[in-house]
Write a protein that binds this ligand. Structure first.
Ligand SMILES: Nc1ncnc2c1ncn2[C@@H]1O[C@H](COP(=O)(O)OP(=O)(O)OP(=O)(O)O)[C@@H](O)[C@H]1O
Length: 247
């Protein structure tokens, strides 16, 4: 059974050069994490002492203001960033749709990237040719698959990254608001593919500003502010409280 357990987790980004005046920092109000100024190195406290348990069957939406820490939390759960302190236990195979182009080499062609990625992640090597073929078809990139990825538009890169990230069914699916970059026809295809993945994933964690998306996708919501969880619980109840506070 998939499960994520987070206990007193914190993450601070070190920032070497800080140009903003203290007055500007004080004016930042409800945007961003907490800035602590040091002499040479300052830090932005993006996640603060956060604890939560996500169980198999949960579809969790992360909501909150810009800079609340949603994307950072997803990256910590994905193992991309190491927490500064606290405990993170993840049971299950993670698939993440977080950064467009993450793990993609822009100098290599689409085909080469497909080969490289699946060489890395496929558990059964005999599956690789079929996986590559399936993703290539999904992307509809045709002859562009023989071109270096740096020649792709953002939407084309999105097609390739999205196709790769969704090729294998993870038991834990982590998603940032990533499917916005494609065009309308891609959006529909992407959504269909996500629905399929969502059916097989035991856990989904999705960061979004879209209340509609949360309502249609999520069973639970974590409302974040300045790196902390304000409320975590049944989706509609948390959304109601969140919207009431924003009014
Ligand atoms: N690479 C980085 N280096 C330094 N600080 C960062 C970095 N990435 C994010 N931060 C800071 O961490 C805090 C949380 O950012 P994060 O991207 O996790 O927020 P978010 O809730 O996903 O925001 P948004 O809704 O705007 O996408 C912010 O204060 C941001 O300035």
């Amino acid at each position: 059974m998939a499960r994520i357990e987070v206990e007193n987790l914190s993450l601070a980004y070190p920032v070497v050069r800080v140009g903003a005046s203290l007055r500007r920092i004080a004016m930042s109000g409800m945007t961003g994490g907490l800035i602590k100024r040091g002499r040479d190195i300052s830090t932005i406290q993006a996640i603060r002492d956060l604890s939560m348990t996500i169980e198999s069957g949960d579809r969790v939406g992360l909501i909150g203001h810009n800079g609340a820490g949603k994307s950072t939390l997803l990256r910590v759960l994905a193992g991309i960033y190491k927490p500064s302190s606290g405990v993170l236990n993840v049971d299950g195979r993670i698939g993440s749709l977080l950064d467009i182009g993450f793990g993609i080499d822009p100098e290599e062609t689409g085909w080469e990237n497909l080969q490289f990625v699946f060489d890395m992640i496929a558990e059964d090597r005999s599956e690789i040719p079929a996986l590559i073929e399936e993703v290539a078809e999904f992307t509809e990139l045709g002859e562009f698959l023989s071109m270096p990825v740096r020649t792709y538009s953002t939407g084309m890169q999105m097609r390739l990254s999205f196709g790769i990230a969704t090729a294998m069914s993870p038991s834990i699916l982590l998603m940032d608001e990533v499917i916005g970059a494609g065009d309308a026809s891609f959006y529909l295809k992407a959504e269909e593919r996500l629905q399929k993945l969502a059916k097989t994933a035991e856990i989904i964690v999705l960061a979004t500003h879209s209340i509609d998306l949360i309502t249609s996708w999520c069973t639970k919501v974590a409302w974040m502010e300045k790196g902390e969880i304000v409320k975590f619980g049944e989706a509609q109840a948390v959304i109601d409280d969140y919207l009431a506070e924003k009014r």
